[in-house]
Design a protein around this ligand. Sequence first.
Ligand SMILES: NC(=O)c1ccc[n+]([C@@H]2O[C@H](COP(=O)([O-])OP(=O)(O)OC[C@H]3O[C@@H](n4cnc5c(N)ncnc54)[C@H](OP(=O)(O)O)[C@@H]3O)[C@@H](O)[C@H]2O)c1
Length: 347
Amino acid sequence: MLALMSGRPRCGNPAAAPRTLREVGASELPPVVLVTGASSGLGLAIARALLRRRYRLILTARESSLHRFAKHGIFPSERVWLRALDVTSAADRKAVVAEANARWGGVDVLVNNAGISLRAVVEHVSDADRALQMDVNFIAPIELSRLVLPSMRKKRSGRILNISSVGGMMAMPTMSTYSASKFALEGASEALWYEVRPFGIYVTLVQPGFIKSESFRNVMYTGPSKAASDTVHSAYHWHYHFMEGFIGRVARRVFATPDSVAAKVVRTIQLKHPPLRIPATFDATLFSLLRRLLPRSAYHWFLYRSLPGIQTWAPPSTDIPVAPPVVETDDATNAADADIVFTLGRP
Ligand SMILES: NC(=O)c1ccc[n+]([C@@H]2O[C@H](COP(=O)([O-])OP(=O)(O)OC[C@H]3O[C@@H](n4cnc5c(N)ncnc54)[C@H](OP(=O)(O)O)[C@@H]3O)[C@@H](O)[C@H]2O)c1
């Protein structure tokens, strides 16, 4: 088995010799890049970075979000299509890829960026909640990959970049379903990496950690998680209280920005041999090192001990109201967060 796996580019088939991006995509025409969730957040930063270079772009967003492109000065042109794509809609997915196949000879680079993030402990997630999270973060990227692969295989080149997360290498409390979706994406992408390398196609998992942006405000709560977050009597109230505050604070303080992560995405597209995984922020690099270097038990012990306010997460009785544990907070993050939480279904 080892001998089988250690050989030099065995997957190499002369016709599938790796090519640089400039060569990806037929002849003189610039490569075609399709980006999902491109009207805001990281997707928008990726779109802007790609617009500065020579690509043909298919920038997609949900129908209701398409208007944002104009607000950001992005307009359709000969080399830029703006298309409605709700990634959970099989019809939308098929229509966009069919048009790309018919008019531009297929997609050369697929950037699966669209994602949602549920904040809920395992006990607060219903089947429907879980299905929604998995639909957007896992099933949609894989289904889009299935649609673009036939033309990539035919050309014997292509790139699929799946925006994963530190949540795809480590799980955080209150983010169980989000982590499950990213772990699933990581597993499927890893398998796909082996499957399509023989065709000269590269799959990469881009793993951002915390990004300095307002995107954390888009986190969604399930009915029970919202209620528990709002109610001090709930058994899980302090789990939410501390994790909300912690994530909000960190997201405001880190150095990584949507632009810095977008620059990594573009550099990855241009690599001759993009790796399977790219940690895209400093904390992602750190966590991937910790995960690899520390024995598992030490790793989990370390993370558990580092959780904010962990000693007070389960007060002796959750049947009676308890005073908020005294833990240092540095600003009004929690109060501010309380105004912006969304229940399932965004505005
Ligand atoms: N921000 C971070 O700290 C961070 C860290 C690690 C990983 N990530 C990953 O980075 C990616 C981008 O996240 P972000 O930070 O830019 O978050 P964001 O600001 O909330 O953007 C998410 C994007 O996904 C789109 N989207 C959601 N559901 C969709 C659907 N059904 N169909 C099509 N588009 C949909 C949203 O469109 P609407 O505007 O229409 O809702 C939005 O454009 C995600 O995969 C996320 O998991 C982010």
